[in-house]
Write a protein that binds this ligand. Structure first.
Ligand SMILES: [Zn+2]
Length: 336
């Protein structure tokens, strides 16, 4: 069996991962579950890759490392897609998934460092394990970061939560916490080797009303970051036996690369009616309406809600058809 096949098989057979997939597919999953999934999958990958490193020819180490991480990239993103679909549905909307691009550079760097024959094999094996584990967790981190950014830009209230697993280390304990988007520490997505801390985001159902300073409808703490499921080996095996195996990667589809298109982004919504109307000063209102009228795309015309960037602001507009628009969000566009 090739290394890739062994990793794939272990991931499919692993009791904890099977349980997490089951929970995610049932609609009860959270991003804490997908984070736990990436932590566990990374450990399996690291263990197998490290153990089998001696038999992998030097020139194959780098491309194999990239392939192994790409497999994880697909799997983890499918899991996040599924959680997101259910969570959005519960909140009454649907936003396109924002897959962070696959960072192949990471795989190349790790892989090429495993060809360094000046280092004892034992060191290379340790590196193969720790670095691929960390890179797998980073796939999940990247996705959370990309989603939070997109949703925040779409006008939703977003929070970022970092949980320090078992206290982890003083640095991790320091950076752990739940932050409003934009107020999180710069290092929130950083992790050292063997750090199983999780970073997740959650978003409110409503956009922030910048004019009335109305409080947003924030989710309960932990709504997007529930407690990860942790089972004993026996419990996990019993569950695995009971539920059989599932593999979301076979049912899901995934797009490569980011699909961030702010100007076209689409809130397909039954619930935009719940959003308060943003009252603009007369002049600004006239300007916005004229901009919309002259730059309406075919997609906008058929969307119940569309977003337009005008000057330094992004306006979210509910479309009632032919010139009847209601502005439901306005957000200043951050530079860069
Ligand atoms: Zn940590």
């Amino acid at each position: 069996m090739t290394v890739r096949e062994e990793v794939r098989e272990r991931i499919e057979r692993d009791a904890l991962l099977a349980k997490l997939r089951k929970k995610i597919e049932s609609g009860k999953g959270t991003y804490a579950d997908t984070a736990a999934y990436s932590v566990r999958a990374g450990k399996l990958l690291g263990e197998i890759f490290s153990r089998r490193l001696p038999e992998i020819p030097l020139e194959e180490r780098e491309p194999l490392c990239v392939d192994l991480l790409h497999d994880q990239y697909i799997d983890i993103n499918v899991a996040v897609d599924t959680v997101q679909r259910f969570r959005d549905e519960a909140q009454g909307f649907h936003l396109a998934p924002q897959h962070a691009p696959f960072d192949s550079e990471r795989g190349h760097q790790i892989g090429s460092s495993l060809r360094d024959l000046s280092k004892p094999l034992e060191i290379l094996q340790r590196r193969a394990k720790a670095a691929t584990e960390t890179a797998t967790k980073a796939i999940h981190d990247d996705r959370m970061k990309s989603e939070a950014k997109f949703r925040y830009n779409a006008g939703l209230d977003c929070r970022i939560t970092r949980v320090a697993v078992n206290g982890c280390c003083p640095w991790c304990s320091d950076v752990a916490g739940r932050y409003r988007y934009g107020e999180e520490p710069d290092d929130i997505y950083k992790r050292h080797d063997n750090c199983d801390c999780t970073v997740t985001f959650e978003n409110g159902r409503k956009r922030q009303d910048v004019w009335s300073k109305r409080e947003w409808e924030a989710p309960e703490p932990g709504a997007g970051a529930g407690d990860p499921v942790v089972f004993t080996k026996e419990q996990a095996e019993a569950l695995q036996e009971k539920h059989g195996l599932t593999n979301p990667a076979e049912n899901g589809t995934i797009q490569q690369g980011p699909s961030l298109r702010i100007s076209m982004q689409f809130f397909a919504h039954r619930n935009s009616e719940d959003m308060p109307t943003i009252r603009l000063p007369k002049q600004e209102y006239a300007h916005v309406m004229s901009e919309i009228a002259s730059h309406l795309t075919d997609d906008d015309k058929t969307s119940p809600v569309f977003v337009k960037r005008i000057g330094n602001y992004q306006y979210t507009v509910e479309n009632h058809g032919f010139g009847d628009y209601r502005i439901i969000a306005k957000r200043r566009i951050k530079n860069g």
